[in-house]
Write a protein of this length. Structure first.
Length: 704
């Protein structure tokens, strides 16, 4: 066993928070407190089962009384490839799920499983079975697959009930304590049957709400009967689709809940679709779901759980005291801080790593890669790398470390190294901690991002072995004169203003007198304050859209030009694209998709169609280029150049981390900082070894 350090001092918590630590009876099982990790995807699923089991185990260790799986596809006639979820198609899937349930039980929590049949929400690209739903309709996927679902008949409905039951029995054998009936988020057949949008049937499963709710009721009854008093059966439903009366709406769903009232052991209430339920902080405040959930508690005597990106403890207490929810549901807050409940219980409020609501975690699902988190760089690395959000290997030497730059990479490195026990000097050129995060958090809609800095500042304050120096723009001479043996350069990056980005790999032509700006200029308060502005977005994440918003707010006549088909196209992966485009249009920004900026003349932007190359001149008093960044690597390169002086100066290693190495997301920066801290003084890996563990699919004998 490695020598690990953990931190944080137990303190008194206000008595008013005690209510959060009351046990809650959920049918035949009892949760030890009110903290409930609702099902959430993570891009690992059936491909990385052990990594996933450990990730869920850490949540249980952190005090979540209930820890759930993501969607678990329960029959091969419905799968959601290319997205990676869990599977329970036959007995061979049980061991992977049992490993997860065991990990959750190890820490005294209840394990929940969300059985899912996507129906017309899955194109069945892997199984090649014909998808089924309440009606003949094109599959409702994010990817517009050219596949239709067929209408289920009575026999199909009987089959699906049988399959669900078989999965329930397998889930029990795998050791789960809560077995979900999932009817939410427009992501499965039960939701589709509830909603008139999809269900126009004229049989006993269509028409009035009694009929549309019939299948949900039947399946819930059968599930309850099958598990008896061994497991709880929660039902997950969406209270509103935010489509007015064209979709499921609150009053209608409340009637449906009323019809089933005490049949489930717990109601897990959400909004649909998923993009409405997991909105980013740019588009929804903490607790945005509250008005929708508020009415459910009076319809049932069963416990109610819901989400709202809750990290404010007083807010959680008030939800319970007002009788809105019995359990505090969380996906993202439990990702950013798997130890949130334990920290509240132990009065360690300064140690809470609050979710910033950026949805980088969601992007793991959309990009089919293991979940990443901006705030918690250990997420999904619990088994792969042996990282832990609240423990770290003790230092393996007494050699101090110099960290240059207090952006997310430098801050994370400094605090993690400090926790390992190293003496750390953190030198920052400016007068505040935070680097790019601090600047970006001042942009419209991004204020919650400052939590990346807040958490790390609080941690540094508790570490007497980390000294921070401001107004310290270090040079290579300074660093050589200090003679601190290990140096991490985290000096960040600067937005370039030459047009180089995804499209142009060489600078574009610009007239002498043209007024050209970059996001770095705008964040320093410079840039246009009016007139006609062309914003060229060849970065495609959030910054281009945000810059257009800033320009519109400054009263500029703003034209947003992008070679992509839509504004901020990568934000499809954070489920924000739709909201961003809507906001830009509402702010009067003109969006010019499929358009490249080729050159800038005085007073004009020369653009062209990305397909035909047809050119056009747009009047532009200024052009704001959001294309790419250049690493601030001069300091690192200068030190590298003087390598032969290191030994005399007492320097052993100089590393470059985060944006100063290669600009990317803030999540990449916190990961880079953590990685530097985790790997310092570890034994070098043998040549060619992977720096993480991976699991490989077991090969069947060839003749099987
Ligand atoms: P990252 O995302 O990689 O952490 P940031 O750009 O957010 O990068 O942060 C870089 C930080 O480094 C900024 O706060 C900047 O002021 C600081 N910095 C840049 N150059 C120096 C230097 N030579 N000495 C000290 N601090 C520096
Ligand atoms: Fe929250 Fe962002 Fe982490 Fe997701 S990635 S849990 S939204 S901080």
């Amino acid at each position: 066993m490695e020598d690990m350090v953990s931190w944080g001092e137990k303190r008194e918590r206000p008595a008013r928070y005690d209510v959060l630590f009351e046990p809650v009876k959920i049918g035949p099982v009892t949760a030890r407190n009110r903290f409930y990790q609702v099902p959430h995807c993570n891009g690992m699923g059936y491909r990385d089962p052990t990594a996933l089991a450990h990730m869920r185990g850490v949540k249980a260790e952190g005090g979540w009384a209930v820890v759930c799986t993501e969607q678990v596809e329960f029959h091969h006639t419905s799968e959601i490839t290319p997205f990676i979820e869990l599977r329970l198609w036959d007995d061979r899937d049980i061991p992977a799920l049992a490993r997860m349930a065991d990990k959750i039980h190890e820490h005294g929590s209840l394990a929940g499983i969300e059985l899912a049949y996507n129906g017309m929400n899955g194109p069945n690209l892997y199984s090649r079975e014909v998808p089924m739903g309440p009606a003949h309709l094109p599959v409702a996927t994010f990817t517009y697959d050219p596949v239709q679902a067929r209408r289920m008949d009575g026999e199909d409905i009987r089959n699906i009930r049988k399959w669900h039951l078989a999965a329930v029995k397998r889930a029990r054998r795998a050791g789960f304590d809560l077995i979900y009936v999932y009817a939410a988020h427009a992501l499965g057949f039960l939701h589709h049957f509830l909603s008139r949008r999809y269900n126009q049937r004229t049989d006993e499963y269509g028409g009035p709400i009694e009929n549309r709710v019939r299948l949900l009721r039947e399946i819930t009854e059968e599930t309850k009967e099958a598990v008896g008093d061994t497991c709880a059966v929660p039902v997950r439903i969406s209270v509103d689709e935010l489509l007015g009366e064209g979709g499921l709406y609150k009053e209608e769903v409340e009637d449906m809940i009323g019809l089933m009232a005490d049949l489930p052991d717990l109601w897990d209430v959400t909004l649909a679709g998923w993009e409405n339920d997991s909105r980013t902080s740019r588009f929804a405040e903490e607790g945005a779901q509250e008005p929708f959930i508020a009415g459910v508690r009076r319809l049932t005597s069963r416990p109610v759980v819901g989400v709202g990106r809750y990290t404010s403890v007083d807010r959680m207490v008030s939800l319970v005291n007002k009788g809105i929810m019995d359990m505090i549901g969380a996906a993202r807050p439990s990702i950013a801080d798997p130890f949130l409940p334990r920290k509240i219980e132990e009065g360690r409020f300064d140690d809470i790593r609050e979710c910033i609501g950026c949805n980088i975690c969601v992007s793991g699902d959309f990009t089919m890669s293991p979940i990443r988190c901006t705030q918690n760089p250990t997420m999904a690395e619990e088994w792969r790398k042996g990282w832990h959000p609240e423990k770290i290997r003790r230092k393996a030497s007494d050699k101090p470390v110099l960290v240059v730059g207090a952006g997310p990479a430098g801050l994370e490195a400094a605090q993690a190294l400090g926790k390992r026990g190293y003496d750390v000097t953190l030198a920052e050129a400016g007068t505040e901690l935070g680097g790019r995060v601090l600047k970006e958090a001042r942009l419209p809609g991004l204020s919650a991002w400052v939590r990346v800095v807040d958490y790390r500042r609080m941690q540094l304050q508790q570490l007497p072995n980390v000294e921070t120096y401001f107004d310290s723009r270090l040079t290579a001479d300074d660093i050589l004169s200090f003679g601190i043996p290990r140096v991490a350069i985290a000096t960040g990056a600067t937005w370039r203003a030459d047009g180089v980005g995804h499209l142009h790999t060489m600078p574009i032509s610009m007239a002498e007198g043209a007024r050209i700006f970059s996001p770095s200029d705008v964040m320093e308060g410079k840039g246009p304050e009016g007139g006609r502005v062309v914003v060229f977005d060849d970065d495609h994440y959030y910054m281009g859209g945000v810059m257009a918003e800033v320009m519109a707010e400054r009263g500029c006549e703003t034209v947003y030009v992008t070679p992509a088909s839509e504004a901020s196209t990568w934000t499809r992966n954070t489920m924000e694209q739709h909201f961003i485009q809507k906001r830009l249009l509402e702010k009067g920004v003109t969006i010019r998709p499929f358009t490249a900026l080729d050159a800038v003349d005085e007073g004009e932007a020369i653009v062209s169609c990305v397909f035909t190359g047809r050119r056009e001149r747009l009047a532009a008093d200024a052009v704001l280029l959001v294309t790419a960044r250049l690493p601030n690597e001069a300091l690192f390169l200068a030190l590298k150049e003087r390598r032969e002086e290191w030994a005399d100066a007492g320097i052993e290693s100089v590393s470059v981390i985060g944006d100063a190495q290669a600009p990317a997301t803030i999540a990449h920066a916190t990961y880079a900082g953590r990685r530097y801290a985790e790997e310092l003084d570890t034994k070098p890996l043998p040549e060619g070894a992977l720096p993480f563990r991976r699991e490989i699919t077991e090969l069947l004998p060839l003749d099987q």
